[in-house]
Design a protein around this ligand. Structure first.
Ligand SMILES: Nc1nc2c(c(=O)[nH]1)N[C@H]1C(S)=C(S)[C@@H](COP(=O)(O)OP(=O)(O)OC[C@H]3O[C@@H](n4cnc5c(=O)[nH]c(N)nc54)[C@H](O)[C@@H]3O)O[C@H]1N2
Ligand SMILES: Nc1nc2c(c(=O)[nH]1)N[C@H]1C(S)=C(S)[C@@H](COP(=O)(O)OP(=O)(O)OC[C@H]3O[C@@H](n4cnc5c(=O)[nH]c(N)nc54)[C@H](O)[C@@H]3O)O[C@H]1N2
Ligand code: SF4
Ligand SMILES: [Mo]
Length: 787
């Protein structure tokens, strides 16, 4: 008798969200298999295949636990408690702090939906946090997705969009390595290459796609902004830009005053003129009027000049003005190929070849992610890359990056629930008023400061939905100290990770196979965005584990938020989310493989005209794609992405630079306890060139110590061809679940956690990102650590 069944599902462990069949026998999940026909269903990675190992791992948390030992001293001991006792205690502590001190004094940390299964419940968790009234959610966004998803709005008004791989002539992977991090996208890139699409890769590491690319720019870590400006300079100089697009759709033609840096407005040059009307230069110096509020020209823009210089009469003074495009072009022109080579290490011929590829392609799509988002210049780097891309005219176009979704869905993550008063209390928001703090996403560092120094007010409680701050984030010693200081600390997870060891109460969470998951769009491809799927729970929960969604709904009811939480009925919440797209939970339950919405994601949404024939434009202050950002200027930041500051002097004690990249075997600090994945990668590796290794008497596989100004970590050397000798590559997230958890393998001089060696004294002034990808270091051979 064979009672094996196959249920359509998807793997929620990472951003790829691979469509699959779950193979179930006698209520147990045996395996997952690819699900051809699903937009991300062609392949599964080793982490997906390790599903049964994770689900039935002997270390799974199976009941709520309360700690019975003091914090920070030796081994932690726990006692099981009931769900009711656990949740009653948590609700009471939360309500107590809220009522006595304010909800902002409860901080949260939420793990990443791009690299964990929390994508199933993330909207509910965020709703809970905002509904409770706390603006303090540690979310890693400043080192994860914020730049491509939010900083890009300074330029496009929208996010980076979804690459239309199926129609691209040229694909650019810029600091993004889908082979390791987004399998379904990697499949799309391969299909496109087979079809004849060209590939440009910008990465210091010889990734699989770098080796296969038509052009590989081996950029030095942390120098991408210079590279992007250098490429823009070549495109502009050689006539390789789409000048019609730039003239018609960007704010490039608008005149900028040299005295204030603001746009030249009609109200500047004529009494009674409108401040909404911006001026551009027409032929022979006639000013042409553009009404930014109405998003339309008041004069015929047919002859508007892009690269204009202009003298305006402001009051009784002459003020020199330059078109926004001209300001950017001047900034970029400083970056000649020779200067770019000196900073980035990219040879002038390679730079010219890349510029030629960009100039020739009429349909370029790109993706830029962690390789450019984890630096102290991440926001302006995003600006430089976005503007470079804008010059190609491909944003929104067929074969380019297309913003938007196939259908609208209601957002249930509760952005509207936080009052302005609470929103303003996000820690770190004063320092970075345009940063992720605006939506309640704060950095670990700022929360530790609040806990330890009471700045700007004390944080008393931390409630973690997954995350492993002691390993995945720097400032490890501060974090430990802060955890010991907390009045109350809750952690929800599948396993007790090193950070959970500091909690007062730990809650066992069901894996995605034991709970439902709603997905509105699978964005490996533009076509996949039409798929909506409600993944059923395919097995019963292990032990007493409950989903994050169940946990926050239960707590919400205990905290008096029933109404905000749809009376405690998750289905009602999901129906609310689905309603604008005309779907229901019931329909989706009847189609477990998902439903494809009719229609598609529209190309060129900015060109869609209203009844009066006025195109929608871009959702930016000027209604145009913003080469020049007055908004950044108003907050004291550079309006075009000029390179700020001088590079720090090289330190002879730390002549190398350590960067990092993700590996297919693990997500962040997870998966180290799964035997099949550890067989793929038993130890942390440090990629080095043969030259640098030989210079230090290091052979392949030797253990090495990597020292920086602020700490050190250990790894094994892996010699890699074609790596620049001064650059080494580490992996983050290492700890040893098999080791004695009294130290968890996370601390001390022999630990493998690279984040304890990252210096966070400098950060991106807009987003708070930190230099995870470029830290000066030295490497030396060491004896193998005792196991
Ligand atoms: N297997 C696996 N998949 C994952 C995750 C995981 O942990 N493991 N995490 C998920 C999450 S949360 C995220 S955010 C995504 C991230 O996905 P990716 O952005 O693809 O992540 P990385 O591999 O860290 O970095 C991408 C590339 O940046 C390169 N790089 C390093 N420094 C620089 C630099 O200075 N400039 C440039 N141009 N490139 C540089 C690296 O060599 C690497 O090839 O992956 C998601 N998917
Ligand atoms: N040096 C360096 N550091 C980095 C990065 C880097 O590239 N280099 N990448 C950064 C990035 S992009 C990110 S996003 C962060 C990620 O940092 P974190 O969000 O801290 O991710 P993890 O370390 O994987 O910890 C995730 C924890 O959540 C648990 N978990 C998984 N799924 C669920 C779930 O559904 N519910 C609950 N409650 N728990 C769950 C896991 O078991 C694990 O214990 O790390 C960042 N840190
Ligand atoms: S790439 Fe692997 S871990 Fe990520 S969703 Fe696909 S199968 Fe799961
Ligand atoms: Mo991330």
């Amino acid at each position: 008798m064979n009672d094996v069944t196959r249920t359509p599902a998807y793997c929620a462990q990472c951003r790829s969200r691979c469509g699959c069949n779950a193979v179930i026998e006698n209520g147990r999940i045996l395996a997952i298999e690819p699900l051809p026909g699903h937009p991300s269903g062609e392949k599964l990675c080793p982490k997906g295949k390790a599903t049964p190992e994770l689900v039935y791992h002997p270390d799974r948390l199976t009941t709520p636990l309360r700690r019975t030992s003091p914090k920070g001293a030796g081994r932690t001991t726990w006692e099981p408690i009931s769900w009711d006792e656990a949740l009653a205690t948590i609700a009471e502590r939360m309500a107590g702090i809220r009522d006595r001190h304010g909800p902002e004094q409860v901080a949260f940390s939420v793990t990443t939906p791009s690299g964990t299964q929390i994508s199933d419940g993330i909207a509910w968790v965020e709703r809970f946090i905002r509904g409770f009234g706390s603006p303090n959610m540690i979310y890693s966004t400043e080192i994860c997705n914020w730049h491509k998803d939010v900083a890009s709005k300074f330029t496009y008004g929208w996010d980076i969009g979804t690459p239309d791989f199926a129609e691209s002539e040229l694909i650019v992977l810029w600091g993004h390595n889908p082979t390791a991090t987004w399998l379904a996208r990697s499949v799309e890139v391969q299909k496109a290459m087979k079809r004849g699409a060209r590939l440009l890769v910008v990465d210091p590491r010889p990734t699989l796609y770098a080796r296969r690319a038509d052009c590989w720019l081996r950029v030095r870590p942390g120098t991408d902004q210079v590279l992007a400006l250098g490429l823009a300079n070549l495109l502009i100089g050689d006539g390789g830009i789409d000048a019609d697009f730039v003239r018609e759709w960007t704010n490039g033609p608008m005149l900028v005053r040299s005295d204030t840096g603001a746009f030249l407005r009609q109200s500047d040059i004529s009494a009674g003129g409108s401040p909404d009307v911006l001026l551009a230069a027409g032929p022979g110096g006639t000013p042409l009027r553009y009404d930014a509020a109405a998003r339309r020209w008041l004069d015929d823009p047919g002859t508007v000049e892009l690269d204009a210089a202009y003298i305006a009469n402001v009051g009784a003074r002459d003020v020199a003005c330059r078109s926004a495009f001209g300001v950017f072009a001047d900034t970029a022109s400083a970056w000649t190929p020779e200067r770019v080579e000196a900073i980035t290490g990219v040879p002038t011929e390679a730079l010219r070849a890349a510029a030629a590829l960009l100039a020739q392609s009429k349909a370029t799509s790109y993706y830029a992610w962690n390789g450019v988002g984890q630096s102290t210049t991440a926001s302006q780097t995003d600006r430089a890359i976005s503007i470079l891309y804008s010059l190609t005219g491909c944003y929104g176009r067929k074969g380019g990056n297309v913003p938007g979704v196939a259908a609208p869905f209601a957002d249930i993550s509760g952005h509207d629930l936080l009052t302005d008063e609470q929103r303003a209390k996000a820690v770190g928001l004063d320092e970075r008023p345009l940063g992720p703090g605006r939506t309640g996403w704060v950095t670990g560092r700022d929360v530790y400061r609040a806990i330890l120094d009471g700045e700007p007010y004390p944080v008393r409680m931390l409630f973690s939905f997954g995350t492993n701050l002691l390993v995945s984030q720097p400032d490890t010693d501060r974090a430990r100290e802060a955890f010991e200081r907390l009045e109350f600390h809750v952690h929800t997870d599948f396993f007790l990770n090193p950070s959970a060891e500091y909690a007062d109460i730990v809650l066992p969470v069901s894996t995605s196979w034991e709970r439902e998951g709603l997905r509105t769009g699978f964005d490996a491809s533009l076509q996949g965005l039409r798929r909506v799927q409600l993944r059923p729970a395919v097995i019963e929960p292990v032990g007493e584990a409950r989903s994050d969604t169940d946990i926050v709904i239960d707590l919400a009811l205990r905290l008096g938020m029933s109404e905000t939480f749809f009376g405690g009925d998750a289905d009602r919440g999901h129906d609310h989310a689905l309603a604008p797209a005309g779907l229901t939970v019931e329909q989706l339950r009847a189609s477990p493989e998902g439903i494809d919405l009719p229609g598609s994601v529209p190309y060129r949404p900015y060109a869609r005209a209203d009844g009066a024939g006025v195109p929608a434009g871009f959702p930016t202050p000027t209604g145009r794609l913003e080469i020049y950002s007055e908004r950044l200027l108003e907050h004291g930041y550079a309006p075009v992405p000029e390179v700020s500051g001088d590079a720090a002097d090289p330190d002879p004690d730390f002549p190398l630079t350590v960067s990092c990249a993700k590996v297919v075997a693990f997500c962040h600090s997870q998966h180290r306890n799964l035997a099949s994945l550890r067989r793929l990668m038993p130890d942390p590796m440090l990629e080095m060139s043969a030259e640098s290794a030989a210079e230090r008497g290091i052979a392949d596989n030797d253990w090495v110590k990597v020292a920086t100004r602020t700490g050190s970590f250990v790894a094994r050397c892996r010699i890699v061809r074609d790596l620049e000798p001064a650059i080494v590559f580490a992996q983050h997230g290492w700890w040893f679940p098999e080791a004695d958890q009294a130290n968890g393998g996370t601390a001390g001089p022999r630990a493998a956690n690279m984040n304890q060696a990252v210096d966070t004294s400098r950060s991106d002034p807009i987003s708070g990102s930190i230099p995870l990808r470029a830290t000066p270091c030295q490497v030396e051979r060491m004896d193998a650590p005792a196991s």
